[in-house]
Design a protein around this ligand. Structure first.
Ligand SMILES: [Zn+2]
Length: 51
């Protein structure tokens, strides 16, 4: 499973692939992969946009 975060409202969810439409804000927004967003994992695998 991969953790995805909505770039629009910050909603997070777990799925194998990101949804086309955010279930929270109902926008067709970009989902960021936050699976690796833990200190031990830095600096690789961290998306700069979710800081
Ligand atoms: Zn959203």
């Amino acid at each position: 499973m991969t953790t995805w975060k909505c770039s629009n409202c910050g909603y997070t969810m777990e799925a194998n692939t990101p949804p086309n439409q955010c279930p929270s804000c109902k926008e067709k927004c970009e989902f960021l992969d936050t699976t690796c967003y833990i200190p031990d994992c830095a600096p690789t695998g961290v998306d700069e946009r979710i800081k």
